[in-house]
Design a binder for this molecule. Structure first.
Ligand SMILES: [Fe+2]
Ligand SMILES: [Fe+2]
Length: 287
């Protein structure tokens, strides 16, 4: 249960879509996540009190505000560092912090972006919870970096992480397919080996933080699969066929095995969703 002690009067809270825009237009990472966490606590306090805040409508920016640092570079220009060194582990945590900040914005963006599509309140509950967890993840990564004498912004980071959001700016099913069901599912595949890197180094703080992230990300993929299936069911569409079409249309990379089949299954993502897209990506890659 969040600490509700310092919550302003719920009556003074903006509607949910405007909360999302306020988070998206806050540049500093710690300030963005603090504001989002306060809004999430207010949303759930109002839900629990039986007087839900309005979802409302707002105009989210095409791109969220971000801090001046880190510098954003094309993925091939981001220097690679060996994970066996402390500098390598700092680079790894910095990359995860960047992903988490992007995820904060992605989850608030899905809340504000599609309010013209009528959805149950549970849809908003799920993404507010996911956005709140991403804020926690970003702060955990920042804390780890700061303990190691670094900070978010000290290294360059990947540009282009917002592309999936821009590509699916008017397609809710496309957004669900590409963001939680492809990108966040990929996180489930790669996190265990990352935890292994920190286990080798005996960094218990980073291990604990990454385990929180790993556990909660299963839920985000599950929310994606749940609402994707719900929308397909509402419109009489075959979810698997639609998923394949949308990933082909909007996702520009390859789906790369090995997959974390167990966690993907736990999140409601069956193998016949993702395996057929691997074979295709392999063929495309040889053109
Ligand atoms: Fe996360
Ligand atoms: Fe997530």
């Amino acid at each position: 249960m969040p600490d509700l002690g310092d919550l302003p009067d719920l009556a003074e809270m903006p509607d949910l879509a405007n909360m999302a825009v306020n988070v998206l237009t806050t540049a500093d990472g710690r300030a963005k996540t603090a504001l989002g966490r306060r809004y999430a606590a207010a949303w759930f306090a109002a839900r629990e009190a039986g007087v839900p805040l309005a979802v409302g409508h707002a105009a989210p920016p095409l791109r969220p505000a971000r801090p001046q640092k880190p510098d954003l570079l094309a993925p091939r220009d981001v220097p690679r560092r060996r994970p066996g060194t402390e500098a390598g582990r700092i680079a790894l945590l910095h990359a995860v912090a960047h992903i988490e900040l992007n995820a904060v914005d992605l989850h608030w963006d899905i809340i504000a972006r599609f309010t013209n599509t009528p959805m149950p309140l549970g849809f908003y509950d799920d993404w507010v919870k996911a956005a709140d967890e991403e804020a926690k993840h970003f702060n955990l990564m920042c804390d780890c970096l700061e303990t190691m004498g670094s900070h978010y912004g000290a290294l360059p980071a990947h540009a282009g992480m917002w592309r999936a959001a821009e590509d699916t700016v008017d397609d809710l099913l496309g957004r669900l397919a590409v963001v939680p069901m492809v990108l966040e599912a990929r996180g489930l595949d790669v996190t265990p080996s990352m935890i292994g890197v920190f286990r080798k180094a005996g960094d218990t703080r980073a291990i604990a933080a990454l385990e929180v992230i790993y556990g909660e990300e299963v839920g985000h993929v599950a929310y994606g699969a749940k609402w994707f299936n719900w929308l397909c069911g509402r419109d009489g569409l075959d979810p698997k066929e639609v998923f394949h079409d949308l990933v082909r249309r909007y996702f520009h990379g390859a789906l790369k095995p090995p997959f974390n089949e167990e966690k993907r299954a736990e999140a409601g993502l069956p193998p016949d969703f993702y395996w057929p897209l691997v074979a295709e990506a392999g063929v495309k890659g040889q053109e």
